[in-house]
Design a protein around this ligand. Structure first.
Ligand code: NAP
Ligand code: ZN
Ligand code: ZN
Length: 353
């Protein structure tokens, strides 16, 4: 199927219009007309080959909301006209212990990412949501809960990456009533973490490098905000947190945050910068049995659970809607920490199509 999209053709060239073929609809496939696609910092890392492994052209985009246009003959869970979402994963081996435990994001033989991954059905690279339509196996498609209104759909798109990436560790580390939680970095992921941790009943403290975000952090649901550039304020927060979620997209000193943990508490990294962080001091971990951890998005079942949780609590992302043509500008603003708090592409209102 001929499809129009926007692609990066090299690590240094701006994204531009690109026409490509989607695979034909298979019996297990859902054909989705894309309405909105969120812009994740991972899209920028990938388009610019900051993690290595880029195969150009790359059509980024893994925060997809759309409407089902057609379903394959064997599809049971979706019907034409239904509103659906697609996140970072479009396939996995389905047989390893991780897949069997509904943890497809940790598939032991390798999962298929929504873009820049070899597609099992064709062997060609996958192309993501900066495009007009996509074909996805029904097992990797999410239902959008009916509680969401059509006017909220653009704000639902970021839930399937920024939302699940923060929801999953908050659940795994059992954040809830009585937890004192720090969210480091108030970007796309960070602002979702604030909303989710607050809805789970935690006391939420945001750590930001941006003085201009202090008011917003409180509006988003944080109980307190700390400017991480202020040494005195950082010191006052030592030995205080049950859990810290670090969403920062750039390399930084982890020791600044490890010292804020209580005994036995965990700092979980979800931000994945181009270069590693300086290694944290061993002593800071040993003396109070602290844990340094990481977490990758979430499985399909948990992503559906997260969407249902968000619908129940009236949670969507705070977004700025742009047409596809503004993508390169949006990337530059993201690098200046100037996003409130997620860009979302309105595919239908874009001129490239
Ligand atoms: P984003 O919207 O650009 O937000 C990142 C925030 O980090 C910025 O707004 C800024 O917050 C802070 N920051 C950036 N550079 C910094 C630096 N050098 N030092 C300190 N703080 C800095 O990005 P995002 O879309 O939320 O993604 C965040 C990271 O998570 C990216 O690396 C992305 O690839 C990764 N990610 C990981 C997963 C996963 O599964 N683990 C999933 C999705 C994304 P303040 O202005 O508040 O300081
Ligand atoms: Zn993402
Ligand atoms: Zn697997």
């Amino acid at each position: 199927m001929k499809t129009l999209g926007f692609a990066a053709h090299s690590a240094t060239s701006p994204l531009g219009p690109f026409q490509f073929e989607r695979r034909a609809l298979g019996p297990q496939d859902v054909h989705i007309e894309i309405l909105y696609c969120g812009i994740c910092h991972s899209d920028l890392h990938s388009a610019r080959n900051e993690w290595g492994g880029a195969v150009y052209p790359i059509v980024p985009g893994h925060e997809i909301v759309g409407r089902v246009k057609r379903v394959g003959s064997g599809v049971k869970s979706f019907h034409e006209g239904e509103l659906v979402a697609v996140g970072c994963l479009v396939d996995s081996c389905r047989t390893c212990s991780s897949c069997k435990a509904h943890l497809e994001q940790y598939c032991e033989t390798g999962f298929t990412l929504t873009y820049n991954s070899p597609e099992p059905q064709t062997g060609k690279m996958t192309y993501g949501g900066y495009s007009t339509q996509i074909i996805v196996d029904e097992n990797y498609v999410l239902h959008i809960p009916k509680k969401f209104k059509e006017s909220q759909l653009a704000g639902v798109a970021p839930l399937v990456c920024a939302g699940i990436t923060t929801y999953s560790p908050l659940r795994y580390w059992k954040v809830g009533k009585g937890s004192v939680v720090a969210v480091v970095g108030l970007g796309g992921l960070g602002h979702m973490a604030v909303k989710l941790a607050r809805a789970m009943g935690a006391h939420v403290v945001v750590f930001t490098t941006s003085a201009k975000k202090v008011g917003d952090a409180l509006q988003l649901g944080a109980h307190e905000v700390v400017l991480s550039t202020e040494a005195e304020a950082m010191k006052k927060n030592q030995n205080r947190f049950d859990f810290i979620l670090d969403t920062v997209s750039g390399s930084h000193e982890l020791d600044d945050y490890v010292v804020l943990l209580k005994r036995d508490a965990t700092i979980c990294l979800v931000g994945l910068p181009e270069g590693d962080h300086p290694s944290p001091t061993v002593g800071n971990l040993i003396f109070k049995r602290k844990k340094l951890a990481g977490s990758l998005i979430g499985g399909i079942l948990e992503t559906q659970e997260m969407l249902d949780f968000c619908a129940e609590h009236g949670i969507t992302a705070d977004i700025e809607i742009i047409p596809m043509e503004k993508i390169n500008e949006a990337y530059e603003r993201m690098l200046k920490n100037d996003v409130k708090y997620r860009f979302v592409i309105d595919i239908k209102k874009s001129h490239f199509r």
